[in-house]
Design a binder for this molecule. Structure first.
Ligand SMILES: [Zn+2]
Length: 479
């Protein structure tokens, strides 16, 4: 039995040896996904889907709390509709999947499988918005989209992924701006408070902004290997789409005006962030707030009289306040320990004949490995507190990691040296020219992640060209 237990742990590649392989191993061994027959698409398994449902539930609550309504629009977009907004089609054309036939018959017009739904919403809004009384329109859609990516990885970049996309129309540019910022804050809250993933809030450069947007706001997080991940974006679309699609309303003075729009989205990518921010060499580490099972009760010597009964009793008792499970399968305790560690269950509770005699149980934290002996009487009150502690601890640990991996560069030599020695975020000044941005990417592989809302002046000149600097930018190699 010992050999089998050892083997299960050994099957994961150490993250220090090969981070990409470690990621793939965790995704498979923690039962999050299985590969499907179409390259780059994934089957999200029950455990992975349950994590998504917990994220979805909280985000949906906040989306509704901020006044939005859920709707559902079609999967297909006629080619002519997609082409109405020039920048938008140019941005998405390379990764669009097309439907050319219906049954045996060739279609008169190609249909695109939605890569995002701006144009569908615009067509609909043009039909339903007429007066200032119809505004604002605050819609959100939960669905799937398809982007024909060349290189794919489960959750991070897949041909098809799940997401929500908010699409709103407002009377003024200012209102749309407020909405763009409000929803970025909702995303930041879900990431930090629920996923325990700290984020930088900022604006994308013109090069990195959404195709067709006036500007894009983003939250960026840092993975364990020092690469950045864009975790959510919120776009101010201005009135460009409204002009292309004729979305107009009559204002209070009876004058015809174009609406001002926003769109914003987060995806199943967040699960990738969870894995790469909190995971370790024993597998996934889940923050309690989104863990499908927060506490797993594992009976020790369960064949002995009274053990299983007591274990079930504990589970029932815990279920009043937390999401508790029990593993009463016939696998060995050691096997169960590594399996639920692999799945990132925040706390496991061991209970055996000796514990029952002493009227106690052993709680083991997944994040620190700490063993805590708890009297059975205090279990119900102590476990929720312990879960809170774990939740906070994970955020702090991730913040400390990000601090450790955030550096300043005043010259290109410094930029390259620091990216080599301690990869992570690099704070450097930028003149605002696209050419410098391109050159930095070409020379270092790092891209501009965001111009943070909290600006600092670390130097007066651009890190690349030496001209006067306009903004502080966070740079990083990114997923
Ligand atoms: Zn420059």
């Amino acid at each position: 039995m010992m050999r089998k237990e050892k083997k299960q742990v050994e099957e994961i590649t150490a993250m220090e040896a090969d981070f990409a392989q470690w990621y793939t191993d965790v995704v498979r061994k923690a039962d999050l996904v299985d590969y499907a027959s179409v390259r780059g698409s994934m089957i999200i398994r029950p455990y992975g889907y349950a994590i998504w449902e917990h994220i979805q539930k909280e985000l949906d609550r906040q989306i509704k709390e901020t006044g939005h309504e859920n709707v559902y629009l079609p999967l297909f977009i006629p080619e002519s509709l997609l082409q109405k907004e020039k920048d938008h089609i140019e941005g998405f054309a390379p990764e669009v999947a097309w439907v050319t036939h219906g049954g045996e018959e060739k279609l008169a017009e190609r249909l695109c499988v939605r890569p995002t739904s701006e144009v569908l919403f615009c067509e609909h809004y043009a039909n339903i918005i007429h007066s200032y009384r119809d505004l604002p329109k605050l819609y959100n859609q939960w669905g799937n989209v398809v982007r024909w990516e060349k290189t794919t990885r489960p959750f991070l970049r897949s041909l098809e992924f799940l997401w929500q996309e908010g699409h709103t129309c407002h009377a003024t540019d200012e209102e749309a701006g407020e909405e763009t910022r409000r929803m970025l804050e909702v995303y930041a809250d879900v990431c930090e408070d629920y996923l325990a993933v700290p984020v930088l809030r900022g604006r994308k450069t013109d090069k990195e902004k959404f195709a067709g947007a006036k500007f894009t706001l983003t939250i960026e997080s840092l993975m364990h290997d020092g690469k950045a991940l864009q975790t959510g974006t919120s776009h101010h679309l201005g009135s460009g789409f409204a002009e292309a699609f004729g979305i107009q309303y009559t204002d209070k003075q009876g004058k015809l005006q174009h609406v001002h729009q926003t769109s914003w989205g987060i995806t199943t990518r967040l699960i990738g962030a969870l894995i790469m921010v909190h995971g370790d060499n024993r597998g996934l580490v889940l923050p309690p707030k989104i863990a499908p099972v927060q506490v797993m009760v594992i009976p020790i010597a369960q064949h002995k009289e009274g053990v299983l009964d007591k274990a079930y009793e504990l589970k029932e008792q815990l279920n009043k306040t937390v999401r508790a499970g029990i593993d009463a399968s016939d696998k060995s305790p050691g096997w169960k320990f590594s399996e639920h560690e692999m799945k990132g269950v925040p706390i496991r509770i061991e209970i055996g004949p000796k514990d029952i005699e002493k009227h106690q149980a052993v709680a083991v934290r997944r994040d620190t490995g700490e063993k805590i002996f708890l009297s059975l009487d205090e279990l119900e009150t102590r476990i929720p507190l312990l879960l809170e502690e774990i939740q906070k601890g994970l955020l702090q640990k991730a913040k400390a990691h990000r601090e450790e991996k955030t550096n300043i560069a005043l010259s290109m030599d410094e930029f390259k040296a620091v990216l080599e020695s301690n990869p992570g975020f690099i704070k450097a000044m930028w003149c605002g020219d696209r050419e410098c941005e391109d050159q930095i990417k070409e020379e270092t592989g790092a891209t501009s992640r965001c111009m943070p809302f909290e600006q600092e002046v670390i130097s007066k000149t651009c890190v690349c060209c030496g001209q006067e600097a306009e903004e502080l930018v966070y740079w990083a190699k990114a997923y």
